[in-house]
Design a protein around this ligand. Sequence first.
Ligand SMILES: [Zn+2]
Length: 661
Amino acid sequence: MKTRQIVVILLLALSAAAARSAETLTLTRDGKTDYAVVVPENAAPVQVSAAAELAETLRKISGVPFPIKKESEVAAGPDAKLLVIGPSETSKRLLGGEVDESAVPYDGIILKQAGSSIVFSGHPVRGPLYAVYTFLEDELGCRWWTESESFIPKTDRIEAGDFDVVYAPELIYRESFYSGLTGRANAQIAAHLKTNGASEDIPPELGGHHVYQYFVHSFYSVIKPEEFLDHPDWFSEIGGRRKVAGWGLSKEDLSRIPAENIGEDGSQLCLTNEELFGVFLERVRKELDAHPEATIVSVSQNDCGGWCECGKCSKIAEEEGSQSGPIIRFVNRIAEELEKSHPNVLVDTLAYRYSRKPPEHVVARDNVIVRLCSIECSFVQNLDGEYGPSLVTGRRRPADEPQNRSFRDDMVKWSEHAAHIFVWDYVTNFSQYLIPFPNYRVMQDNVRFFVRHHTLGLFEQGDYQTTTGDFVQMRAWILAKLLWNPDTPLSPLYEEFLSGYYAPELTPLYLEYFELLSDAAESTGEVIGIYRQNTLGWLDLETFNKCSDLLDRITAKAEELERSNPDLYTGLLYKVRRERIPLDMVLLQNYNAYSEQAQAEGKEFRAPARADMPAFYEEFRARCKAAGLVCVYEGCSPERFEEYMTDVIGEIVPPEEKKAE
Ligand SMILES: [Zn+2]
């Protein structure tokens, strides 16, 4: 718990030192400013970016250019009007010992008035940039929704005051894993949203990001499966025979290995084999030497079963009461050696599926990260096993989900067995990205749950392969906000995004939509995991009809808004129609089931007549195409997407009928 304790103690000390200053500062008036943005003499790239973004955004807001000056060019007297990018001599002088910049925890910020000046400072890696972003967002009302959409207010008089922020996030690793935040092309929005994960390819001038060597499931990245031919003892013994996982092997290698040596449920490595240990260590060292930018190396099990059952490995698993025992003992040995050659690198391993249960005795070394995965859990209940709060009333239904409680018990115990806990959490349905996933109420509960249980890094795996899904832009944004501050009130976050990215008029309607879906899921008591093919079992016909009606009203409203105010709302109808894809997918998947039920029970089914379904389908496909959609489940390809969609419409209108039309 060392790192976490330090963070908490420092935060308390910093908060105690902070005092509020009530003077309102006028940054622009009558097309002029008395202020200058000030950078240190040898500003770091991140400070240069912070200064440039501050000056440029203030100009966009007011039309007034703000000069950027070096410290030596300004006098920092009590009446000076400076926007100081720290840490620097000037920021130190202005803070006057009230806040110690050198003691700010990782990614922490200082945003503070000092007389008529403002200090933007914090931890040197990203602090000054994050302080500028916080000021522009919280004090001036700027918003960054996606890489291409933002809101910058306009005024000729910029005023700011009564702010005093000293804050550091408890999560030092924050990743909201959506396609809209990954890669270099989305680096600016990822930085704006203060995420810093491995796939968020943020350049040094925007603060960079955590760099992994091997991201996950690295056993076969280090030891190639074809090495089984020469070194079967490096691989798992399963049922009395050494075995290798068949995937990853070329056809030729596969033909050289007898079928009884291929692990049915995959295979791992023999973690007590001394020769393997030496080779593994040497190769990891070599890779780290070749990639000095990496600060974390993954030494983690393959994404399959097949742990080693040899005498030595089994003995450890028995002593430790879990398959995590042999893993942590192996990883600890690697970490102990790497500490000598690579003291700044942490070694990351998984507590995943067969290794999720913590060991009885061994404790992970201080330079080891244990990455716990919530893959078995239900996500309509939170990880304490309860339902989340209504987004409108805040009320909760009682629940007691045993699977999630078992995860909670493992989480509690891991926090006693590892100083560094990262979590791999899941926030979408990987078997079907394009249907509603009713976890709207629990996303915050779960982030808070992880932080409460000493998590330092959180990877939220969302719809990373699709441009469209169940409100993916909103989810990416909300999750990023929660990763930065898990206590940000949830309903206002929804309201803010819905109003800003769509339109304020649509906010209550969309909230009602999420409430209808959440209520439907909760009222069934279903376990809703991340691999469901469709919504049958929780999304009943009546709720479908109500949702359909709501989305009709939203579409009509969006049409009216875009027509009456094109300057403000061009593109709104496109977004609203794109966000209807999930409910339309429900209609397509469940058309026959809902039709039969409606007929049998004399109920309404709000859907086109069967004869009109080909036209509905064509229009749906056109919308998918416009949204760049070629993926319906994890690992899907454009060809499989075509096949999937052809099957879906084929169930409603068989191909021969379509041809006969
Ligand atoms: Zn073994």
